[in-house]
Each structure stands twice: as structure tokens, then as C-alpha cells.
Ligand binder design. Sequence first.
Ligand code: G6D
Length: 345
Amino acid sequence: MEVTAYHYGAFENQEVQAFTLKNNNGLTVTCIDYGCIITEILAPDRNGNLENVVLGFDDLEGYLADTSYQGAIVGRTAGRTRGGQFELNGETYSLDQNENNNHIHGGVKGFSKVVWDSKILNEENRVGVEFKYRSEDGEGGYPGTVEMTVTYTLNKENEFVISAKGVPDADTLLNITNHAYFNLSGDVKNDVLDHELTIKSSKFLELDEEFLPTGKLLDVTGTVFDFQNGRKISDGPKSNDEQIALVGQGYDHPFMLDEKVVHLYDEASGRRLVVETNQPAVVVYTSNTLKGFNMRGGEARPYLGVCLETQGLPDAIHHPNFPSVVTKKDEQYHWETKYTFVNQG
Ligand code: G6D
């Protein structure tokens, strides 16, 4: 087990460092302290070949110019907030309107766009990095100051765990996620259309033309949103389901988790990713709008990666029937997701 830190670049006169975590099986996770971005995960295929299974860029400049949140911790709130406004305790708060009139992914200077302080962790059974960032009262328009701690750890069982905690000094919204784009084919040999996704979810959220929840929970039965017994991602793009067409002929939807586990499997490589979370939902985004720029390994294109964004529900502050995303003053917010890389053989 080893963890190494090294210079990666600079942003707004701040050094950006990279950290590489490696376990005894060769599983390797590299991340940077800008946005806590995961830049690479090397995982073995059925023959033991270590290949990268996340999308990304070759250098910091790629990530600074990125508008697709590759690999980043997203917050204070992931997803869209209608009108960039919300009411809390009788006060109206105006958030950055960074997507037309709406707010998305924490705003202009969200968690994905800042340099976090870092400390490496080198323990007997796990190695990792602890990132810290102090989000001041009013940042992005959010009330309350909150010092976030995000911890990335890798152990000998090929379990990569992300934990995020924060205690605000006033009632505020917190609903983070990690926005890695997984592609288990290895070094982006293929897109993810042949990947099999399994989600124990019987309900997903209907979206409107601005990709915001309407508030309706739709039953997956008989639709291409039924992943309960496993389904190829390609079933969505191949279907004429109006919700699929609405978001660019793919998935971009929140699923309510009946069991808090998601499997992604690539038969060609034998790689399986098991995602377990303490969150009530997962947004599945099949990179439908990923185009118009170059990435590591070639040009961005739709269906090149799939995001499994474990989180609370987007725009929950405007939907009393959704689990709350309000963290009360002096209460601890705790988000945790474990990614286990299994070699299916
Ligand atoms: C698109 O609608 C999608 C979002 O879900 C995603 O997070 C973003 O691209 C990167 O806006």
C-alpha cells in the first residue's frame, strides 16, 4: 500500500497537487486537490491488465476548462435548483444562476472549482487523502459557513471509499456527490452502451424540459428505467421513451434507491464496479451531451462514460415530498459512498 503526492500545476496562484493511492493488488486511484477530482483509476481486467476506468484529461488545463465536472466533488448542492432561489426559515436566498435561470452543481465557485487543503493518510490497512475546504457564509448564495472534510481512502480489498462531512454554523443546503464518469472497458477502448447496470430502484424522477424534477415519481415497471434485474445501458438510447429523448437520448435521471447498491458490469473486460452508499438516490447520467472537446484518449462523445451520482434528490428544497437536503445549524452532514472494483474473471 502506498500514497504519493506530487506537483500537478497551479490555479489562481495556488499550487495544485496530485495524489496517487495504490494497494497490494495494483488498484490505483489518482486525484487532485482542485475539486477533489479523481483523474484516474487503474483497475485489473479478467486477465489482470491494469487499465484506466474513468474519463478525464491529461493535465490541469483540461480540468480548468472542463464544463462536464469530470471526476469532481460537486456541491454545496448537486443537480439543479429551480430559479436559483429558495426559501429557508422565512428568508429567500439567491444562488448563482449558472445554467440559464437555474442553479447547477454548486454554482460558479462550487466545491468542484476550488483548491482544497490536503493531508495524506498512510495507515496499516488503508491509504488516502483528507481534503478540507471552508465554504464561507454567502458563497454561491448559500447561507452559513461550513468547513467540509472529504476523505478518499483505498484499502487492500479494492474498496475505494469517499466520505464527506460538514457542520454548518447556520441552517443551509448540503447535497454533494462525486461526478466521476466510469468506463470499465479500460483506457476508453469502447463506450459504455454494452455495460450492464443494476439498480434496485422501483421509482425514478420525471424531469421537465429544463431537466428539473417535476415532483412526480414514476414507476420503472415496463420501461427502460427498470434496472432491477440488470439492463444494458444501450436499451435507453435505443428506446423511444419520451424521458430518454428529453435529456438527449439517454439517461440523466435520479433513481430512488430501494437498496442502496448499484452494480456496473462490463462483460468484455470482466470488470464489475459495486457502488454502495448512505444516500437515498443515484443520478445516472450517460454523458448524452458530452461533445465538442478533446479528452484523454480522444474526442468527447456521448455514451463514453456513465456517472453514478449518489446523492439526495435534486431541487429537493422545492419538493416537500423529497427527502430533505437541509442541514441544520451545528448538525453534521455525512455523505459516504464505497466503490468496490471486482474482477469478475
Ligand atoms: C448535463 O444534465 C447533465 C447533468 O446531469 C450533468 O451533471 C452535466 O451535464 C455535467 O448538464
